[in-house]
Design a protein around this ligand. Sequence first.
Ligand SMILES: NC(=O)c1ccc[n+]([C@@H]2O[C@H](COP(=O)([O-])OP(=O)(O)OC[C@H]3O[C@@H](n4cnc5c(N)ncnc54)[C@H](OP(=O)(O)O)[C@@H]3O)[C@@H](O)[C@H]2O)c1
Length: 304
Amino acid sequence: MTSLYGTASISAASSRYSIAFLPSFRVAQHSPQLSYPRSHRVGVRCSYAEPGVKENSNVGTIDVVADIKTERIVVLGGSGFVGTAICKAAISKGIEVISLSRSGRPSYSGSWVDQVTWITGDVFYANWDEVLGGATAVVSTLGGFGSEEQMQRINGEANVVAVNAAKDFGIPKFILISVHDYNLPSFLLTSGYFTGKRKAESEVLSKYPMSGVVFRPGFIYGKRKVDGFEIPLDLVGEPLEKLLLSIENFTRPLNSLPASDLLLAPPVSVDDLGFAVVNAVIDDAFFGVFTIEQIREAAAAVKA
Ligand SMILES: NC(=O)c1ccc[n+]([C@@H]2O[C@H](COP(=O)([O-])OP(=O)(O)OC[C@H]3O[C@@H](n4cnc5c(N)ncnc54)[C@H](OP(=O)(O)O)[C@@H]3O)[C@@H](O)[C@H]2O)c1
């Protein structure tokens, strides 16, 4: 039986894939455990030669039609602690990334930094034509602390604005970084931080009932960059995560106690959160609300 070998470089408008393949048409199978539902059809013409034939004979061409996934995500707050990890993970998986934040491009360098399109702007005054054009998903990391009013505004209203802009633009998926509720009784969840987060979650889940994703991490660890310095939150977060996971069989009965998760909720690595977002971006079957444990599982499914 004759076997044929070839390589093809595909240059579609928004595709960066270069594929080495056997012409048994395996080009669509990038990664067996992941689905690539939104795809572009790309025609490829390539040449092949029969093995053992050294020179200039029996060279022909075949046409291959490959389904190539081309994702383009907009990360709101891509320059922040979590946003940076999302941008980095997405770039590592060949996803095109646009970031919107008021500070724009971060001051540090790195090969992935150069591959992100950094847009400077405020989500409340954004030129959405410039930001959202051609996007397949929006990821919001907008959130933070401050006065009651500020927390309502950035955790709640800013995300509501973004969800509605994405919906109006027909962006098929919206992913929100929210927060774990730490098992707190409802009367303790009345701060602008939590009420803002829940308002944002409801907006995502009502406007995107079949594709919206809400991640609810607890404490997130990694290396946080602040004013040129690096705060190694992982020095505490990583061992704490390992410890709490190793004793979770013993502590599980305590989980139903109010506020117990203030002590028992395991921290999440910022890199895991980044890869969980990548999983949500590339898999259409991935939607709903995701707990700390599910974030870790979602990350494990896409990490190399
Ligand atoms: N860090 C944690 O341990 C933790 C735990 C649970 C949940 N979370 C949630 O995870 C999300 C990300 O947290 P983080 O620690 O990465 O926060 P962060 O470092 O402060 O990042 C927030 C990002 O949002 C941008 N931003 C803020 N206001 C904006 C506006 N009006 N328009 C455009 N961009 C704006 C910021 O950039 P500019 O200031 O330059 O605009 C920054 O890039 C938040 O929603 C937070 O509540 C964090």
